[in-house]
Design a protein around this ligand. Structure first.
Ligand SMILES: CCCCCCCCCCCCC/C=C/C(=O)SCCNC(=O)CCNC(=O)[C@H](O)C(C)(C)COP(=O)(O)OP(=O)(O)OC[C@H]1O[C@@H](n2cnc3c(N)ncnc32)[C@H](O)[C@@H]1OP(=O)(O)O
Length: 288
């Protein structure tokens, strides 16, 4: 797979573009996501810019909403509120479990239904990109969501003996904090009332949480390997009527290896988003 995104950041041009009014943002929502070649300008400048910046932001937000359409905006607000609530419920359940039991053993079992429901619901994020109501690249969202779905259903749900591993707690906590921040960011952003600390959290927490979450995922898959090898689960041995063989053990090894090229791309994508949103850089992104 080639690079997920390519970025040309123009630091100096950004502030000039902003002081002249709303930046020349094309219509990321009107182009198809597979094209996903969009020039995106920042939605906020340094707070030092004061009223002019706020007026520019207001105009940009209004024109963005108009482009998005009432139906899509209403749906996204509903979706983001539901997801924020879902991950909040999960956070409360995790904290309560620890306070009552004082151990992580049994935690996964007690929260698994909520986790499975809301993480599976997140498949809609790929649909949002495909139909063009959010400007995220299908590829970026696809890798992010599918790796989570894979972890939930094909690893943690399917391989019961690993459910009490500490590494499961690691990715659970990283995902939960990330998603509460991310979905509340989208919600407030759509409502045009985004508190700065949520924006700050959205584009800073991931710096630590992404590596923590990925470490948790990789350690969990690693812990699953002996069970998969012993049980031969999800594997197809020859001879069989289809004349194909599949070994889930090697599939897991390949999946672990695929984090090496894929994770840095997601991480650098987020670093670019951070520069765009928090520091006002103009970013040109395109899919391969
Ligand atoms: C079959 C097996 C496959 C296995 C594959 C294995 C390989 C996997 C390797 C990598 C594995 C990663 C696993 C993940 C682990 C974790 O999550 S750990 C916890 C920490 N995680 C994070 O911090 C996640 C960070 N990632 C994300 O936030 C997203 O997933 C993202 C897709 C990368 C985000 O990208 P993007 O959407 O481009 O960034 P934003 O800045 O948030 O949004 C851009 C614009 O889009 C608008 N938008 C997006 N979604 C919505 C929405 N739901 N509602 C409204 N608006 C939305 C957003 O407002 C932005 O708009 P503009 O302001 O106009 O730019």
């Amino acid at each position: 797979m080639g690079r997920l995104t390519e970025t040309a950041a123009a630091d100096s041009g950004a502030s000039a573009a902003h002081s002249a009014g709303p930046p020349p943002t094309p219509l990321p929502l009107s182009s198809t996501s597979s094209e996903c070649a969009a020039t995106m300008a920042s939605s906020e400048e340094d707070s030092t810019n004061g009223g002019a910046s706020e007026a520019g932001e207001e105009r940009e937000a209004t024109s963005k909403r108009r482009r998005l359409g009432l139906l899509a905006t209403t749906w996204l607000i509903f979706y983001n509120i539901a997801m924020t609530a879902g991950w909040l419920v999960l956070a409360i359940a995790i904290i309560r479990f620890y306070m009552e039991k004082g151990t992580h053993r049994g935690l996964y079992k007690s929260i698994q239904k909520t986790l499975k429901f809301f993480q599976t619901f997140a498949l809609l994020e790929i649909v949002h990109c495909l139909i063009g109501i959010v400007p995220t690249s299908v590829l970026v969202a696809g890798v992010q969501v599918s790796s989570r779905i894979f972890m939930v259903w094909l690893v943690t749900h399917s391989i019961k003996p690993i459910q009490n591993e500490e590494s499961v707690v690691l990715f659970l906590v990283a995902w939960t904090v990330t998603e509460i921040t991310r979905y509340s960011f989208y919600t407030f952003n759509l409502l045009n009332h985004l508190p700065y600390f949520i924006k700050w959290a959205r584009y800073n927490f991931f710096i630590i949480l992404y590596p923590v979450g990925v470490a948790g995922e990789l350690l969990t898959i690693y812990a699953a390997l002996p069970y998969v090898k012993k049980s031969g689960m999800f594997s197809l041995r020859l001879p069989n009527k289809y004349n194909v063989s599949f070994d889930y053990y090697y599939f897991l090894l390949i999946t672990m290896a695929s984090y090496i090229p894929l994770f840095p791309q997601l991480y650098f994508h987020m670093l670019r988003q951070r520069r765009k949103v928090l520091h006002g850089e103009v970013i040109v992104e395109k899919d391969d």
